[in-house]
Design a binder for this molecule. Structure first.
Ligand code: 13P
Length: 253
């Protein structure tokens, strides 16, 4: 069985003092987890987090990357800039960026390409809105979102991480049931299988109100390879409990 991957998405939260306290608490109590762990910090704090996380079991992640390699793109951050700060993962196509910044499937695919080109692993987010779920369009939506990434990145698709994040479950306290999540993860896995011989090794994370109380039931599902955690990743004890749940599931597999 693959190791689980537990990723915190801090979103637009924190400051120098709070980040140091949160990361310090995590590292103090974490030991050596069996699963892979990362935190995705806001851009201005990448240097701070690079220093704090150096030689620790926690990898550094960012929350976005430009779809261009370099040039006159004011305000954008390139993949090679992220790599300069030791960034190992970058979240791409989060629903908050699709919704508030008009990111299209094509733009997301282009960003994935830029990340892959510099050796930063994109964590590509996809998921349906409540209206789409109620209209029975969940599978169609996630298949379309993944198809754009597969089309733009060919066999490199085996190098990405996927995150299924139903929009209606993000920050709402409503989690997809383990069965609902597993069903969509299986759809994504099947689609990956058609695109690469290495589909079994592609991690598919679940995100959306994952917390210490529900993590184990989600992570035990056969196609749920980890979590992308928002709110609960801002509380050290809660995030540590999710990591412990991931380790317990892996140990019992
Ligand atoms: P919450 O865990 O706060 O629901 O956020 C999930 C998410 O959007 C992670 O990227």
């Amino acid at each position: 069985m693959n190791t689980k991957l537990v990723v915190g998405n801090w979103k637009m939260n924190g400051d120098l003092t709070a980040n140091a306290a949160l990361a310090g608490s995590l590292l103090l109590a974490m030991g050596t987890p069996r699963c892979a762990v990362a935190v995705c910090a806001p851009m201005p704090y990448l240097a701070q987090m690079q220093a704090i996380l150096a030689n620790s079991p926690v990898a550094l992640g960012a929350q976005d990357v430009s779809s261009h390699a370099d040039g006159a793109f004011t305000g954008e951050i390139s993949g090679s800039m992220l790599r300069d700060f030791g960034v190992r993962y970058v979240i791409v196509g989060h629903s908050e960026r699709r919704q508030y910044h008009g990111e299209t499937d094509q733009l997301v695919a282009d960003k994935v390409k830029q990340a892959l080109a510099v050796g930063v692993t994109p964590i590509v987010c996809m998921g349906e809105t409540l209206a789409q779920r109620e209209a029975g369009a969940t599978e169609e939506v996630v298949r379309r979102q993944l198809a754009a990434v597969v089309h733009g990145n060919g066999h490199c698709i085996s190098e990405i991480v996927l995150a299924y994040e139903p929009v209606w479950a993000i920050g709402t306290g409503k989690t997809a049931s383990p069965e609902q999540a597993q069903k969509v993860h299986a759809v994504l896995r099947a689609q990956l299988r058609a695109a690469t011989d290495h589909a079994a090794g592609v991690k598919i994370l679940y995100g959306g109100s994952m917390n210490a109380g529900n993590a184990a039931q989600l992570l035990v599902q056969s196609d749920i390879d980890g979590g992308l955690i928002g709110g609960a990743s801002l509380k050290a004890q809660e995030f540590l409990a999710i990591i412990a749940a991931a380790d317990a599931v892996a140990a019992s597999a």
